[in-house]
Every structure is written in structure tokens, then in C-alpha cells.
Design a binder for this molecule. Sequence first.
Ligand SMILES: Cc1ncc(C[n+]2csc(CCOP(=O)(O)OP(=O)(O)O)c2C)c(N)n1
Length: 639
Amino acid sequence: MTERGFKSPQLDPSDVDRLAGRARILRGAILTMTSLAASGHPGGSMSSLELYQVLYGYANLRPDEPAWTARDRVVVSHGHTSPGVYCVLADNGFFELEDAVAHFRQAGSIFEGHVERSVPGVEWSSGNLGQGLSVGVGSALAARVTGGGWHTFVAMSDGEQMKGQVGEARRLAAKYRLCDLTVVVDLNRVQISGHTSEVMPVDVAADFAADGWAVAHVDGHDTAALYAAVSAARADGDRPHAVLAHTVIGKGVSFMEDDPEFHGRGLKPDEYARAMDELGLDAGWLERARERRPLRPATAPATWQPPVLVTKPGTPRTYTRDTLTDDRSAWGRALLDLAEADPSLPVAVFDCDLAVSVKTEEFAAARPDAFIECGVGEHNAATAAGAVSVNGAVSFWADFGVFGCDEVHNQQRLNDINQANLTLALTHCGLDVGEDGKTHQCLDYVGALRNAFGWKVIVPADPNQTDRAVRAAAAMPGCVAVAMGRSKLPVIADAAGDPVFAGDYRFEYGTIDVVREGADASLLVMGTPSGAAVDAADLLRSEGMGVAVAIASCPLDLDEDVMDRLMAAPLVMTVEDHNVRTGLGASVAEWLALHGRATQLLRLGVDGYRSSGTSRDLYAREGLDAAGIATALRAALRD
Ligand SMILES: Cc1ncc(C[n+]2csc(CCOP(=O)(O)OP(=O)(O)O)c2C)c(N)n1
């Protein structure tokens, strides 16, 4: 029997026969589970079957220890072929085959319609086509920065080769000579709407070759040929390989072969009976699986508990009232400090051609080994950075808010679903992007990430809070965005004139920092306009009005006790450089409604796309400067 790890150049002939025998049965399992669920994707599962047999059968995996750190990574990009994946994983001992067959696509079951990370052996939840190669790139980069030594295999379909993100990932893999990365493409020439050559012609071989990959062609149903090609790819220490597996959709059942109709539907009863007959299998399997469906599945969900890697936050920097700097510079310096505090920390910092603006250029100079320049390829960067973070390394990506959040919303949603631990530094957020104008105004970073259940958003008020928030965010589990503007900001000081977020101040996610007390109104502010809010409150105090100012830097998770106290004021105002309907004001409105409070709420923010201009002028026009905030508060208090 051939050993795992693709160490032998050829598959043992006894394995070829064994795999062929099992493939016939697994095709029956695919048809049974998709017929029972009356949905799913049998066609691609059947064309990818031998490919999965070879990858899951001979990659260096431990079925009884799916999260084994040194395992090879097998990433499935065309997640709709979950029936094929589940059947082959089961056949390799990851769980019971009958469990997957009986509970496929059942509410509450781990055997979801698209491959899910809670299934033992599945590396990454996918189904949104075109992202898997980026996951593989991230995994291969993580192997490099951690010294993990594993090989990454990515299974892909031909339909998804149309996707732009695939090109971004291909080029990054070639640029970094990721020789520990092998792609196997199921070239079955069919997709939902017909043949790929008609839907959207793509020369897959030429694309990979043009970007510098080694390309091999094989019969994708010939396990010996597949194995030999993958083994040769595995052995090459120079560049990544693409193995193009020529296959037939619906392979093994005559009336399904090469028919796009069977891309995505289960068989009707008569079709199922005919297909099982052709495969020489008992059609009674369907009824047996149906009887098992109401029973509790035996398979336990996979557990992925990545360790917290950042244990040395370094020494926070304190910016005084004399230092005028921007939050993004504070982020860049804190990042450098983190890496220097622990030189053995496996870390990767991603950039998309904006390092100078997003302040990662000093890190790039200090740690070129850990700096990943993706060019203008944000979709790939987002996914690869997420994948690095689930593979034993600390991962950062810095970009303008409009690119790191808006441009790649679905990639960030999938990072969340995959329990990534990405720290995302979003700079140039809000109108504070300044002269670049409306295409670059990221006014929805809180609102957009509010929709992804796990994302945390931190909007620091000044460079001191940014410094401490970055150090804390890097050690937090889950995905965290630190959203910053562009301008140089005043250091927030208390009523006595001392910097609030300096010295021993520790950033704790979810806290609200009250920097001024006052009983007439409570003003909650996040991010860039914080200094202006404090100035406005000080101005009103000199006019006899007491306004509390609270820095709410975690707009999605407001501290209950502090909110309870602040909301006791007769008037509440929120101030933000953000879409006024979806940011801090929305969180406070929700809090008030959920707590049955009738407090009057005024929301200052941005209610439309705005023009180019200096931040100062844009804020003044929007009423987000100290004068504007004071005017709005004064009017409300005198009403
Ligand atoms: C980004 C994205 N767009 C659209 C879809 C819907 N969709 C599911 S499968 C598929 C194409 C199927 O072609 P291929 O990936 O080659 O799969 P096969 O037919 O070989 O199973 C599409 C468009 C998707 N899952 N992801």
C-alpha cells in the first residue's frame, strides 16, 4: 500500500484497483445522499471523485487527528462538490460514511450543502467560487513563515477559473515561488448554464503557464496518472504546479455524463434506480438512509481552537499633546513594536500597493520575509490573510477602508465564517480620506462589518488609543478591524489636561471611556471627530452647559453599565465620521430601544456621499467640527 505524503513517485497497483472499487460505491453514496436531500451537486462530485481519492488518500493527513498541526492542507475551492468530499473523507476514516449520506443538507447537521469547516478533514468553508486558491496561497505562506513544512493542495473547478480572484492568487503564488502549493483542477468542461466554452471561454492551462506555474495534463479518472502528476508536483522545490485533470461530469452513470443538468440536482426515483443499477449497487440504500435521517448523527463537529499567539504586546508608546501625528502612523509603529517584542513570532503583513499610505513600509523594511506585497489584488489579499491566520501565524492586512472593507465584503464574511483571526487595519476611513473624494469615502465600516456576526470593530480616538488598541487587537481571537482616518489628530486629554489613553491605559474591547462629565447631555463619539467633540463640550461648559463626552471606540459592543449611566441624561448625541444610519448612532438608538428608554437622541454623521476637499473643510461643511457639534448641541439644549 502506498504511503501517505506522496513520497513514492507511483501509486502501488494494488491501490489503483482498490480505489476503483471504492469509487463505484462512493458514486452510489453521492447519488443516495443527493437523492435523499432532493438537492445538491452530484455531477461535479462524480467528476472530482478520483481527484479527492488521490488527495485525501495520499496527502500527509491523520484521519484520527484532523487538526494535527503538521498535516498537509487539502483545500476544496468548489465547495458545492461536498458530496464527493464527504464521501472520500469518510472512506479515509474521518467519520462514518452512512452519517454523511443520511444527514446531508439536513437542518442542524454538519454535512452542509457546501463544504464546512465543522466537518472533520475540511480545511475551509467554501462555496463562493474563486476563493480557494487564495486560501491555498495563505496556507502555503503560513507554512513558510511558521516553518511548518506542510504541502498545500487546492482542488478547484473549471467554472471558477473565470473569477478574477483566481488570477490574483495565481500571480501571488508564482511571485513568491510557492513550490509547496499544488492545484488540481477538475476540468469537466461543464457548469450550470452549459459548457464552459460557451458560458465563458477560459484557457486554463495558458493562464497558469503565463503566470509562471508548471502545468501538467492528466486523465482525471485515472488515479495512477493523477497520483504521479501530484507526486511530481510535490517533489518540485522551485515553483507551484497546476495539475489539470480532464474529467467527465456525472462520470460513471451514462445518462448523467457530460450533461449540465446534473450539475446541481438530485435524481428522481426512476433515475436513481437506473443509476444504481448501472453502478451495480442496491437501490435500497436510499430507504436505509431515509430511516437513519431522524436519528442523531454519530460524527462530532471538528474543533479548531487556534492558540493566542501574541503574548508579548511590547511597550506601548505615549504620544504627548505636543506630538501631532495620525492614527495610521501609530498603527504602523505599534505593528513594528509587536514584531520586535517577539522576534520568533510567526507573522505575515499583507499590503495591496499602499504601504506608504497605510504605514507598513517600516515593517516591510525591517521584516521583508514577513511582508506580502499582493499588488492591486484585494480579494486575494483578504482571503489569503484570513487563511494565514488559521494556520499558525499572526496575520495583519492594512488597506484603505474602502478597499479592505467595502471592496472585499464577501471575503471578510467568509473569513468570519472560517473563524479567522485576522487583524485588519483600515486607514483613510470616512470623509477624512479628504481630497480623494466620494469613491474613496469608506462611510460604512461599522455598518458593513455589523452584518458579519463575529467581526469586532475598533475606532480609536487618537494615536495613544490606536497604539494600545492595535496591541490588544493582535491578541484577540476572531477578526478585528481597527478603523482609522487619515489626518493628524490631537491627543485626547482629560479635564486636567493629561492624555487619557497614555501611560498605563490598557485597551479593553467593549469599554467606553468617559473623558468629560456633565449632566445636561451625553455625547458619544468614535474615531477622528473625538477631539472636536471634546472641544465642543469644553466650549459649552464655558457657556454653563454640562456635557459628558464618552469615547465609544467599540461601536458594536457598548458597555452596559456605562451606557446605563450616560443614557440617564435628558439628551444624547452621537458624533461620527460614518454613515449616520449604520454606525455608532445606530448602535445607540438600538440600545435605547432595547432598554425601553425614551431619551431624546440626536445623531451627527454623514448622510450622503460628499465631494473632494480637505478633511477640515469637509468636516466643517458636515457640522462635524467643534463649532458644528457645539451649534447642534446648543440648539438642542435650548429647545
Ligand atoms: C462566486 C460564485 N458565483 C456563483 C456561484 C453559483 N454557482 C455554483 S456552482 C457554479 C458553476 C459551476 O461550474 P463548476 O464550478 O465548473 O462546477 P461543476 O459544474 O463542474 O460542478 C455557479 C455559477 C457560486 N457558488 N459562487
